[in-house]
Design a protein around this ligand. Structure first.
Ligand code: ADP
Length: 376
């Protein structure tokens, strides 16, 4: 078989040039499978592990389907968090750098007037979070009549939680024959069932649940008591020399408290959660992407999708309540085949949760070895 190539996907010349300029040389496995599927024009469900290149998959497909000569909004890309919408927007912009089109991101916390101004100038690819997109549709600024493709990233989260109502509103306004593309690393059965309402005989590219292994990510657990968590965390960072790490807590207050405790001990780190204003959140993410923050304490606001290639360690300071969240969180490390590590802080009452996670993904989470520095 010939080597996979972007040229063989029969993409527009400027698009292929943009892909190369973005730094990709050949398509990843999911890109080889899913880009042609989406380009058939049929509704598509695309599931693949974290870090395998799903963002570029839908970005490339969207750019290929875009008619640059039509100035109206043709493609809508939606994500559950503002950070993710920004990231997808950046990938679309970068991969489309040799093409001539207009895109804008619409997220809560940003200036409505800027969004309106962008729309007045013409936005061909709209990227955003559902709340702001609904806002722009209902105020009549974002016109949906020419939309031909609706991409829902982190689709299981979007269809299951709080966003369902907003999506219903959006689908009421978009053309019935618009192509729907759902993307996620996780796609629980319950969610697959409700996709029937918005999709028409979709092509399904699915990874079986028990194949959603966490290959490439070494996972460890430390059994401890709540009071030991801060000192254990500090001990770990004393011995491991990772370039960047994310420490996840289960609530905004937990992030704040841990951040304060670490700062008091002169330990350099940053925090991100939904109680910060958007400008501040963007600044933290920007510095983290640039490597200026090495350790980021976070809520689930960045559990999904966020791609920072130098993150090689994820610590679950609190064990997440759902196995899907576990998979997404630890998938922040080990991006695109790199090595990743996850360390779980397990208190007595987390034992059950950890057992469920291990069973669900047929994975084994070993006790953290004492000579950690040799392993990470
Ligand atoms: P996912 O959405 O599946 O979690 P991303 O789309 O964020 O994954 O991609 C993970 C990382 O891999 C990103 O840093 C991205 O730039 C990189 N990547 C994606 N596709 C390719 C490719 N074809 N060649 C090289 N790197 C790629």
């Amino acid at each position: 078989m010939s080597k996979p190539s972007f040229e063989s996907l029969k993409l527009k010349k400027e698009l292929v040039n943009g892909i190369f300029a973005h730094g990709f040389e050949e398509p990843s496995s999911i890109q080889q499978q899913a880009i042609p599927a989406i380009l058939t024009g049929k509704d598509t469900i695309c599931q693949a592990q974290s870090g395998t290149g799903k963002t570029a998959t839908f970005a490339i497909a969207a750019l290929q389907q875009l008619d640059e000569s039509i100035k109206s909004t043709q493609i809508l890309i939606m994500s559950p968090t503002r950070e993710l919408a920004l990231q997808s927007h950046a990938v679309v912009t970068s991969i489309g750098q040799r093409m001539n089109f207009r895109t804008h991101y619409f997220v809560g916390g940003g200036e409505v007037s800027e969004d309106v101004e962008a729309l007045n100038g013409g936005v061909q690819i709209a990227v955003g979070t559902p709340g702001r997109i609904v806002h722009m549709i209902t105020n009549g600024k974002l016109k949906c009549n020419e939309m031909k493709m609706i991409i829902i990233d982190e689709a299981d989260e979007m269809l299951q939680r709080g966003f369902a109502e907003q999506l219903v509103q959006i689908f009421k306004c978009t053309p019935k024959n618009a192509q729907v593309v759902l993307v996620s690393a996780t796609m629980p059965k319950e969610v697959l069932e409700i996709t029937n309402d918005i999709m028409n005989d979709p092509i399904k590219i699915l990874v079986k649940e028990d194949e959603l292994t966490l290959d490439g990510i070494r996972q460890y657990q430390v059994v401890l008591q709540e009071e030991w968590k801060v000192s254990t965390l500090l001990d770990i960072f004393k011995v491991v020399s990772v370039s960047q790490a994310v420490v996840f807590c289960n609530a905004v207050n937990r992030v704040k408290a841990l951040y304060e405790a670490l700062i008091q001990k002169d330990f350099a780190c940053a925090q991100i959660h939904s109680d910060m204003d958007q400008a501040e959140r963007n600044k933290v993410m920007d510095l983290f992407r640039k490597g200026e923050h090495r350790i980021l304490i976070a809520t689930n606001v960045i559990a999904r999708g966020i791609d920072v290639q130098n993150v090689s360690l994820v610590i679950n300071y609190d064990i997440p309540k759902s196995p899907e969240t576990y998979l997404h969180r630890i998938g922040r490390s080990g991006r695109f085949g790199r090595k990743g590590f996850a360390i779980n802080f397990v208190t007595e009452r987390d034992q059950e949760l950890l057992k469920t996670i291990q069973e669900k993904f047929s994975t084994k989470i070993d006790a953290m070895p004492t000579d950690l520095s040799k392993l990470i």
